[in-house]
Design a protein around this ligand. Structure first.
Ligand code: SAH
Length: 217
């Protein structure tokens, strides 16, 4: 399987569809080996623009959805970024490229097996600035705060308050907010310690629901 060629094709597709806009996001998608993060049985589909299953009934989001989220997250070199629901570690690996060696990415995943597996893969793929925690990410990762950016990769009824508390001044959170069936991407900024600006991106998405204290009961 010619993964390099397929990866290039996917990047070209994401650019032509408008999902990838910046050089930083383009570079990340060009570099990270998605085939390393999907179960072996799906490796040959790694570069289709589709969501793929992980081993535990969770999914690795569709590349175009990830690209849209990363563009509006607008993480920059040297930043510290948290991803809630880091699953396979694929998005963390993309973020790790975007923030570079001076930056740091922190993931938190609810499911033990996924967290373990993602640590193994991220180490193999040389994402040395990535660290994965296990637990209820709706509570953030108190020991690692504050964050310049927070990306929520699971659907939530509202942006959990602890995430806002762990955000740096001037920082932003991107999260799929809505009901259990469809969500819109919400962007929340912290300005003078308060919710400065809230925007919703048009279009609808379907994410795996957030579990834990800040998910649906
Ligand atoms: N970004 C991931 C895929 C996200 S799917 C990737 O690149 O593979 C959403 C993930 O959120 C699932 O793995 C699910 O187990 C996790 N999740 C759901 N609720 C959570 C919570 N409260 N805290 C942490 N992770 C959670």
């Amino acid at each position: 399987m010619n993964f390099e060629g397929k990866r290039k094709q996917l990047v070209e597709f994401l650019k032509s569809s408008g999902a990838v806009k910046s050089k930083a996001v383009e570079k990340a998608f060009s570099k990270v080996r998605r085939e390393a993060f999907v179960p072996d049985a799906y490796a040959e589909h790694a570069y289709a623009d589709d969501a793929l299953p992980t081993n535990l009934g969770q999914t690795i989001s569709q590349p175009s959805t990830i690209a849209i989220m990363l563009e509006i997250l607008d993480a920059k070199e040297g930043m510290k970024v948290l991803e809630v629901g880091s699953g396979s570690g694929y998005v963390l690996a993309l973020l790790s490229e975007i923030v570079g060696k001076e930056g740091k990415v922190v993931g938190i995943e609810f499911l033990h097996e996924l967290a373990e597996k993602s640590r193994e893969i991220l180490a193999k793929e040389n994402a040395g600035n990535a660290k994965v925690y296990e637990g209820d990410g709706g509570k953030g990762v108190e020991s690692e705060k504050p964050f310049d950016r927070i990306l929520v990769s699971a659907a939530c009824p509202f942006i959990p308050k602890p995430l806002f508390d762990q955000l740096k001044e001037g920082g932003r959170i991107v999260a799929p907010v809505g009901d259990k069936h469809t969500q819109a991407l919400q962007i929340m900024k912290k300005i003078n310690g308060k919710v400065g600006k809230e925007e919703y991106m048009g279009g609808y998405f379907v994410f795996v629901p957030l579990r834990g204290e800040h998910g649906w009961k």
